[in-house]
Design a protein around this ligand. Sequence first.
Ligand code: AQP
Length: 332
Amino acid sequence: MKRIFSGIQPTHTMTLGNYLGAVRNWADLQKDFECLYCVVDLHALTIPQDPEILRRNTRELTAALLAAGIDPEGSILFAQSHVPGHSELAWLFGCLTPMGWLSRMTQFKDKAGKHRDQAMSGLFTYPVLMAADILVYRATHVPVGEDQKQHLELTREIAGSFNHRYGVEYFPLVEPQIFGAATRVMSLRDGTKKMSKSDSSDFSRINMTDDADLIAQKFRKAKTDPEPLPSAIEGLADRPEARNLVNIYAALARTTPEAVLATYGGKTFSTFKAALTDVAVAALSPVADEMNRLLADPAEIDALLRRGAERAGAMAAVTVGEVRDLMGLLRV
Ligand code: AQP
């Protein structure tokens, strides 16, 4: 059976990058797959978190997923830390994952920066927990943004290594699902850096909670170049900021960059940015309104996460039990 797993970290409110690169696709995929979607709070702990803010962000991200169209009855929506099988399988996988594989991960290098020795070991082993998140449900497909491609390759390597070591075909080799016009949404301040929740500048990103005025202001201030927009896609080759805004427009309007340039080629950025603001506000404001409605009742969000964790936990317990047997751990 085709089964989807994907997750989002409650490190901040959801950005346009998370939405267009991943979450909107998650909602679309629900009609064709059995889906599990997870607020990955244990991953958020790989960088320092204020406990109160982490709790608030976990509820807020859950509300954002619901508002973006995740159906908590048809799909399973839950918090990672509520299902202990993720952490247990991560330990077991950690015993099968060479340090060299983890040392290749570019996200660790980017996030740890120059002070690698001071980075927490959890940040280094994060991709092992991610492999466990996916494989504890023996998921076959994982919809993510472009930035997670390398971690998914590692998940395939870990699954393959387990199957080989124990002479079984137990874990599937997962297929990444990276699609849409905005698989890598870039920062509004620097078209060569991805838009990120944790960027220190709020003007580098659009948050799902930004109101129409703030969205307009952020696009108005977004870095561009002095040339008008080109009429053909090749004209965007050396213009990362222009390319980013065109891709964002195309994704929001569910069209192609070519179609956007057919309309706006030759136009100035001030004209294009005003049109971009209109499509962004039309697409995002219903999501923000629904999020605010849901957040007015945090007890209902907690209850919904609890129900999701019960369903996910029952599935995870089966996998962990079978893996323990295969690895030679005595039954309790
Ligand atoms: N800029 C992006 N463009 C397209 N997709 C993106 N995703 C993240 N940023 C972009 C996708 O969103 C999903 C959830 O991401 P995450 O919360 O697990 O963490 P991340 O990839 O590390 O994203 P951020 O926003 O940069 O978070 P921080 O700053 O907390 O590390 C993933 O599928 C991701 O591909």
